[in-house]
Design a protein around this ligand. Structure first.
Ligand code: AKG
Ligand code: FE2
Length: 211
């Protein structure tokens, strides 16, 4: 998955940044190839079968589990125990983060990522990703690991885009394998709709330094 500098997918980075600036969110397809999606999905399942996943919580410390708000199971990726594919994914995100810093001056320094699996019927109600006590989260990044996702499978990511007249526009994005979605963590309210099959992703945040 490592790419030499002269082959960086700069066009992908540019279209993500353009999307965030112009629409409030950026999307690129094929951030990961079908083969990469398949191997990361396999590693997710392997780790889940090994009992490494936990029901996700709400808030910084992930202490409160409230399935009426969110029903996904997650596993934070630890660089020390990452598989080569996981490390390569993080390396790619790191390259994107540095590109964003050079072009947008956001001062991003760090990132954190977890696998997420939403079993059928589970969801994540409308929310913002930046918690009161952690303003370091600047950009939310989600990369989907679902082969052959169909519209009828549900599980869309819904964005609530504020309009100048005070109304909201609802945008629905399918969690198509290989697709990467990125938006400002403090600004864009969003929701995960229930699906009829397992919904897999790598979700994370690009963060500034400090507290
Ligand atoms: O999986 C998604 O599409 C979004 C997940 C999300 O909103 C979150 O984990 O905060
Ligand atoms: Fe979120």
């Amino acid at each position: 998955m490592n790419q030499p500098d002269n082959e960086l997918p700069v066009h992908q980075y540019e279209s993500i940044i353009d999307g965030i600036l112009n629409e409030g969110y950026g999307i690129v397809d094929e951030f990961l190839s079908a083969g990469e999606v398949a191997s990361l999905a396999q590693q997710l399942h392997h780790r889940r079968q090994a009992g490494q996943f936990r029901v996700a919580g709400i808030g910084n410390e992930q202490v409160t589990v409230q399935t009426a708000i969110r029903g996904d199971e997650i596993l934070w990726i630890d660089e020390a125990t990452a598989t080569p594919d996981e490390a390569a994914f993080l390396g790619r995100v790191n390259t994107f983060m540095h590109y964003v810093n050079q072009t947008c001056f956001l001062g991003l320094r760090d990132y954190e990522f977890h696998y997420a699996l939403y079993p059928p019927g589970t969801f994540y109600k409308r929310h913002l990703d930046q918690f009161r006590s952690d303003s370091r989260r600047k950009l939310s990044v989600i990369c989907y690991l679902n082969a052959d996702w169909q519209e009828t499978d549900g599980g869309q990511l819904a964005f609530y885009l504020p309009q100048t007249d005070g109304s909201e526009q609802l945008i629905r994005v399918n969690p198509t394998g290989g697709r990467l979605v990125c938006f400002e963590s403090a600004r864009l309210e969003h929701e995960v709709l229930p699906a009829t099959r397992d919904r897999l992703s790598l979700t994370g945040w690009l963060k500034t330094a400090g507290w």
